[in-house]
Design a protein around this ligand. Sequence first.
Ligand code: ADP
Length: 183
Amino acid sequence: MSKGFTLWFTGLSGAGKTTIAEIVGPELERRGLAVEYLDGDVVRTHLSKGLGFSKEDRDTNIERIGWVASRLTRHGAAVLVSAISPYEETRQKARDLVEEHGPFVEVFVATSVEECARRDVKGLYEKAFSGEIKEFTGVSDPYEEPSSPELKIDTEEHEPEESARIVVEKLAETGLIEASVPA
Ligand code: ADP
């Protein structure tokens, strides 16, 4: 069984976390890893159903994801978490849980609010700017940038495919995966 780890994508809504994770995942599967995705939007429909966006609820959501990621990491999975996870202290808690069982690789998907609002894939920024949605990260709620992520990706510099390649290279460099797909 391969050694588990958690790849934790943090960044604003629409930054590109899910998009990049969904390209990285298949690359890991090609290397024989058991991949599991914990996507913030999806988790909020069951594991964290009913939670809102207060600091307390956001922290609870991230602690739950951290706990599940830790359990999966223990069993050798490559866990891909995509969650805004706006608070440094709470990300640290998730890291501590995971690191009981394996490496935690924090990837800061750095995309400015202006760029996320320009993309506005889910139409949320327009609503956040008009005040229709309250407590919106980066607009009316805080986002604490990671102080020492393992990796920072500027999506205004790189297309998703390239960002995914940077992540895969980092994992190979760290010795967590094979550099190339085995024949
Ligand atoms: P998040 O998971 O961070 O909320 P998503 O991955 O769901 O963000 O959405 C990001 C959106 O931005 C996608 O529709 C994606 O196609 C688009 N996008 C445009 N340019 C980029 C880029 N360079 N990197 C990542 N995503 C990009």
